[in-house]
Write a protein that binds this ligand. Structure first.
Ligand SMILES: [Zn+2]
Length: 248
């Protein structure tokens, strides 16, 4: 039985059709072929995908933990990415958690300078449609800023407004925020708690195991052109344990 305390939480940003070599020169662009292979290997290895509301129920002992839990996170909510992965996930009866920047719904994102089509974020209609399919939407803030640099009132707005917007759109409670750029400190974490969040998702974290600090969850960065061997190694129990041992 896998250890829920060291649940692997995967981090994706872009998944696009086409050869990896033809995609933008950035490690966050994973080819759809690689994503399909990774989704397939998770299924074959007996992993069950969870969302953060289910993780909360499991921690409260109101739901049974699957033998091999995993959470697939997709940051930013790019339309092209979500349209690409939706049939793959639905076909494998899997789900993913999408971090939405609520001021950018239906627009290009604000923080990438290039106005490329793959930076367009899904619109409200798709958020509603997809939340009934294989996606669970969580907050990735309102405007994608470094949260630790904001004033108390700006921070509160980023946390509360984004949560409220998604809850109104989907009708599903939002208990999680993915920190833009993985940026957080003790004040930001306290702000999350005050705004009603249970989980805060980082990139790396100096904790002993993944769920040690629910407001600072480390993730596994799935990079472009990653081999299945590397992918499986990075989600293996010993590797997750090792990262906790190294506190990174
Ligand atoms: Zn982001």
């Amino acid at each position: 039985m896998a250890d829920i305390k060291n649940i692997p939480i995967l981090m994706y940003h872009h998944v696009m059709a086409g050869d990896g070599k033809l995609l933008p020169d950035d490690s966050s662009f994973v080819s759809l072929a690689d994503f399909k292979a990774q989704s397939g290997v998770l299924l074959a290895a007996g992993f069950t995908t969870l969302d953060f509301n289910e993780l909360g129920l499991i921690l409260d002992e109101r739901m049974k933990a699957p033998v091999k839990p995993v959470i697939i996170c997709i940051d930013d909510g790019y339309a092209e990415t979500l349209k690409s992965v939706q049939p793959v996930l639905s076909g494998n009866r899997q789900k993913a958690v999408v971090g939405l920047v609520t001021d950018c719904i239906g627009e290009f994102d604000d923080w990438q300078k290039a106005r490329k089509e793959y930076y367009r974020i899904i619109d409200e209609k798709l958020v509603r449609e997809y939340s009934g399919l294989c996606f669970s939407f969580v907050s990735h803030s309102k405007t994608h800023q470094f949260l630790s640099r904001l004033s108390d009132s700006e921070l509160e707005k980023e946390l509360r407004d984004s949560k409220q917007t998604i809850e109104e759109l989907t009708g599903i409670p939002v208990n999680t925020l993915i920190y833009p750029y993985g940026d957080r400190d003790e004040r930001v974490k306290a702000g999350l708690e005050a705004a009603g969040y249970r989980f805060g998702v980082s990139i790396s974290a100096k904790t002993g195991y993944v769920l040690e600090d629910p407001l600072d969850l480390r993730r596994v960065y799935v990079k472009k052109d990653e081999s299945i061997r590397t992918f499986m190694r990075k989600i293996s129990p010993w590797y997750l344990w090792y990262r906790g041992f190294r506190r990174r």
